[in-house]
Design a protein around this ligand. Structure first.
Ligand code: SF4
Ligand code: SF4
Length: 131
């Protein structure tokens, strides 16, 4: 199995530094790969990254929710989103995401498509580009 970062990721970056096998990478270019990704061939399922994420974006693959019950204001980083997110990352550097979706309390969100998004990211080869 592997752990998977879902579109709840808002590019905080804190998970990357605690991974003992360095298998978490930021998606580039951000417009095409808007969150961080876990290399499924390298992840050892230690779970260290889960506790580090302020947005509870990381799950063991089998536990990725198909019907997440959202908290008020929770965001998904998805290309189709129209809400702009401006925040700061783990290192107090600015984060600007042009495409997020803001969820309402109790709204359900299917995060299963993010599993395929993660796998696809690592199939595209050097440079981690969608092209
Ligand atoms: S800690 Fe969470 S929000 Fe930050 S990059 Fe990792 S998965 Fe994304
Ligand atoms: S579960 Fe462990 S090995 Fe896998 S990405 Fe998270 S920190 Fe790295």
């Amino acid at each position: 199995m592997t752990h998977v970062i879902t579109s709840l990721c808002l590019r905080d970056g804190g998970c990357k530094d605690v991974c003992p096998v360095e298998c978490i990478v930021p998606g580039k270019p951000e417009s095409e790969w808007p969150w961080y990704y876990i290399d499924p061939d390298t992840c050892i399922d230690c779970g260290a990254c889960v506790a580090e994420c302020p947005f509870e974006a990381i799950f063991p693959q089998d536990d990725v929710p198909s019907a997440l019950k959202a908290k008020e204001g929770q965001r998904l980083s998805r290309p189709e989103g129209t809400a702009v997110y401006d925040g700061t990352d783990h290192y107090k550097k600015p984060v600007h995401l042009a495409h997020t979706v803001i969820l309402k309390a109790g709204q359900t969100a299917d995060l299963h498509p993010d599993i395929e998004g993660n796998a696809k990211f690592f199939k595209t080869g050097p440079g981690y580009s969608a092209k």
